[in-house]
Design a binder for this molecule. Structure first.
Ligand code: PLP
Length: 265
């Protein structure tokens, strides 16, 4: 991404997501990525997770009213140019964010975070159905293969099934869907953007590392950052995918478990 524009050219972006004490994913990844991309990052914390590179020790979900108060504090003061959602944890939070999204005057990127790479659940199973209400107001959904399957029932195993899942997602009312290929085996990663105008495939070699913690958060935030700068969706996705490819390539082996992507590449 282009970086460090003059301070007055920094658009404001908002992330609504969980805190990762390990710094690689969640709110921390989002804010680092937004700053790296020349946006001013603001945040509404949905849950506080105690975690490191080995896994999630505990998770404390904030009351819905506290989350709404944070969102309101930001939206009532800043000229927010893009919003990104990550870990929303429970059904009432998804429903509340969907209400906010209905009145939003900025692009909205929804990363439907469900399970951490370590296998820890970050979304109550009974919240999955509520995602349709949020997606109805979103500019872009960025599910990985597992999340796409939960949301659509389509088993994503290649480009054709990614397109099928993306088309099913468009029926929720979301403007476009980026079905990510990182979890699909193969030497090359194919992220498939499905929009009413057509399908675009972003393909790059797989980086051979398990230090991918924070990759979903970083990609969605990089795309939201470019949307905040005013890029058209396809350009924002292309920039986001290439930013993430570098972030994974230059990953950081922090901690004893699998490391994290590098957000400031
Ligand atoms: N949000 C939080 C708070 C997390 O802890 C995690 C993963 O641990 C995620 C989101 C999803 O991370 P990723 O970007 O690796 O998909």
């Amino acid at each position: 991404m282009a970086r460090n524009p003059a301070p007055d050219a920094r658009p404001v972006a908002l992330t609504i997501a969980g805190s990762d004490s390990g710094g690689g994913a969640g709110i921390q990844a989002d804010l680092k990525t937004m700053e790296a991309g020349g946006a001013f990052g603001t945040s509404a914390v949905t849950a506080v997770t105690a975690q490191n590179t080995r896994g999630v020790e505990s998770s404390h979900v904030l009351p819905v009213a506290e989350i709404e108060a944070q969102i309101d504090a930001v939206l009532s003061d800043f000229d927010v140019r893009a919003v990104k959602t990550g870990m929303l944890a429970t059904e009432p939070i998804v429903a509340s964010v969907a209400d906010v999204a209905a009145d939003l005057d900025a692009p909205l990127v929804v990363d439907p975070v469900m399970v951490a790479a370590t296998g820890d659940r970050l979304l109550d199973p009974d919240a999955e159905d509520e995602y349709e209400t949020l997606l109805a107001h979103a500019t872009l959904a960025t599910p990985n293969a597992d999340e796409a399957e939960v949301l659509t029932g389509v088993d994503v195993e290649d480009r054709a099934s990614a397109v099928e899942a993306g088309e099913a997602l468009l029926e929720t009312g979301v403007d476009a869907a980026l079905v990510k290929g990182g979890h699909v085996p193969g030497d090359r990663v194919r992220d498939v953007l499905v929009a009413p105008e057509g399908v675009e495939t972003f393909e790059h070699p797989r980086v051979d590392t398990d230090a991918t913690h924070g990759s979903g958060c970083t990609l969605a935030s990089a795309i939201a950052t470019r949307l905040a700068h005013g890029d058209p969706l396809v350009d924002a996705v292309a920039e986001g995918v290439s930013f993430l490819e570098r972030a994974v390539r230059y990953h950081l082996d922090v901690g004893e478990g699998p490391g994290s992507v590098h957000h400031l590449v």
